[in-house]
Design a protein around this ligand. Structure first.
Ligand SMILES: C[S@@+](CC[C@H](N)C(=O)[O-])C[C@H]1O[C@@H](n2cnc3c(N)ncnc32)[C@H](O)[C@@H]1O
Length: 204
């Protein structure tokens, strides 16, 4: 049942288990929205309520037997109580049937621009965990509603969290007159003087 997950995440040492454990333990995250998740269900091992969104056919098949998948996750869940799992097979830029401002955490990794269209599902005070592979972290940094509150770097195979020198992130190496438009147009992000593997923003 989890073959595709193991193929993409376990074998590639990209489960990110310690990262999601930190999110659950240190930030009291109880619910997560993960648009463009593919089959990356690692958050569910630590966060009781998770909602995944993807339009990929393989992901759709993976999540088809959602009850069976829920039972599999329950075997590995680090928390007491039931696993709550949802999956929407759709484009995340289109509305999803979830209440606005209801999630503790929004994840954006390698799946395009998520922080803007999905912001409305994140609680005020909730957290955005985002990398800059497609420039989404750069977009969040330009959004006054998001406040950078920390950064994760990977050291010796583990994610290390820091809140130090946050002002030194998101300083572009090259000046750009309309950075936001440039980021959205290229979908690649720009080079910054200092970077992190992942950034944590709080929605004000
Ligand atoms: C490279 S994978 C990354 C998967 C996962 N986030 C990770 O870190 O391993 C990108 C995923 O985003 C999905 N995706 C990209 N744009 C999307 C959109 N607009 N709506 C739904 N899914 C999308 C793709 O189908 C694909 O499964």
């Amino acid at each position: 049942m989890l073959e595709l997950y193991h193929e993409w995440y376990t074998k590639r040492d990209y489960e990110q288990l310690d990262l999601f454990k930190t999110m659950a333990d240190s930030f009291q995250v109880q619910s997560v929205l993960y648009p463009g998740s593919y089959v990356h269900i690692s958050p569910s091992f630590f966060i009781p309520s998770a909602c995944y969104v993807d339009k990929d056919q393989k992901a759709n098949r993976f999540f088809k037997d959602i009850e069976g998948l829920t039972k599999e996750i329950q075997k590995r869940a680090a928390y007491q109580g039931p696993v709550c799992l949802k999956y929407y097979s759709q484009d995340y830029t289109k509305p999803i049937p979830e209440p606005e401002h209801s999630f503790d955490l929004l994840i954006s990794q390698y799946a395009g621009f998520i922080c803007q269209p999905c912001k409305r599902y994140l609680k005020h005070g909730g957290l955005l965990l985002v990398n800059n592979s497609h420039g989404d972290a750069g977009i969040a940094a330009l959004d006054e509603e998001y406040q950078l509150c920390g950064a994760f770097n990977r050291r010796d195979g583990r994610y290390v969290y820091s809140e130090r020198d946050l002002d030194s992130y998101f300083i572009p190496k090259k000046q750009n007159q309309d950075l936001r438009a440039h980021l959205l147009q290229t979908g690649k992000g720009v080079a910054y003087t200092k970077t992190a593997a992942l950034y944590l923003f709080q929605l004000l």
